[in-house]
Design a protein around this ligand. Sequence first.
Ligand SMILES: Nc1ncnc2c1ncn2[C@@H]1O[C@H](COP(=O)(O)OP(=O)(O)OP(=O)(O)O)[C@@H](O)[C@H]1O
Ligand SMILES: [Mg+2]
Length: 401
Amino acid sequence: MADHTTKEETSQPKPSERQAVEQPRDILQVRGLRKVYPDGTLAVDDIDFDVKDGDFCVLIGPSGCGKSTTLHSIIGKVTPTKGEILLDDVDITGTPTYERDIGLVFQDFQLFPHLTVENNVRYGLDRVGVEASTKTERVEEMLQLMQLQDVRDRSPEELSAGQKQRVALARSLVLKPKLLLLDEPLGDLDYKMQKRMERELLRIHRELETTFVYVTHDQNQAMRLGDQIVVMNEGQIEQSGTVSEVYNQPATAFVASFVGDSNIFTGQIVDAQDTAATVTVSTAVGEFAVSTANTGVEGDSLVGEQVSFVVRPQHLRLDADSPNSLLCRVLDVISRPGRGTQLLLEAASGEETMEIQLKSESRLDIETETVTVGWDVEDTILLERTSVVSGVDLETDVLGE
Ligand SMILES: Nc1ncnc2c1ncn2[C@@H]1O[C@H](COP(=O)(O)OP(=O)(O)OP(=O)(O)O)[C@@H](O)[C@H]1O
Ligand SMILES: [Mg+2]
């Protein structure tokens, strides 16, 4: 303990060094990227984002939102209509793909079927003219890192899906690219294998210190893997930030519904309370006290505005005495051994109804047709902007993982 303190104290960086330690440089900068395909489809609509050196960045969004188009523009397989791609501060927008120092792992791996595992891994090195001894050394290093030594002489058709995936990774990483792009590489694997490969990817990312940009439409995978998450919708970026920022401070209803499950209320701010850190929002199903803490704005300046706020299902409880409470009809109860209970509820007031979900760690015995749910003011998240929620069905994931 004493040693630890001493080490920390003596190794305190100076302010200038601290900045360097805390803020690695951006290895990738995507500036005003726009892609309109020849048939007029607007796939990517003026997006900007940066990726820090060594980060595991996850691009997430629904099918057709422009994730692959973005990756393919970064590597040069798609020519942007407008915008720039900078790698390590160098504009590579016009650089041919093979000179970009970027690797790509496809969803279907695209291994060479007529080559052995070892020769698949060696292939890229043969084309860039590396010395024979270095080549052998690097191939061996990769086979070992990916635990492929025992299957080095097999052809791709003799491999499991997980092994193929590791060959695809090895084939890209052997070239030591500055950046590795991965387009839904775990899409075809079963759930257990996906989880195993996620752990493998994290290990490889950590050991090689290469920057990864990883595409998925799976929110759980994004939260397990990403240092940074970029949430895309209809060709645009809704929010970019750390996993915790995107989950705890979603900027829009789209983000709140796509990253984690959410109950989203919409209404008007009718009052700001004493501290101005809490406002009263009048919705179709009642009035609620909502925290403005995450917005950084004084509550009184918001009175009169139309807003949305979020309460995560795990923050609701069956409790009539909470600061916020809501009478609901029970639509469905799902109890799973060891997994707690999920309730699907409907809040009703006059003509309006709204579906509510609640998750409890412990099992709840629900026999009544109506329940009162409650939640704390600090568990409400006021959204910074309202977004058009299209392209995602907010109810789809209600009873999902
Ligand atoms: N070559 C092309 N020509 C015309 N339109 C295209 C082309 N490639 C993609 N698109 C369209 O551009 C939009 C974005 O496609 P993209 O493949 O980038 O989406 P995605 O987010 O990767 O989707 P998914 O999760 O299904 O892979 C979609 O509307 C798609 O139909
Ligand atoms: Mg795609």
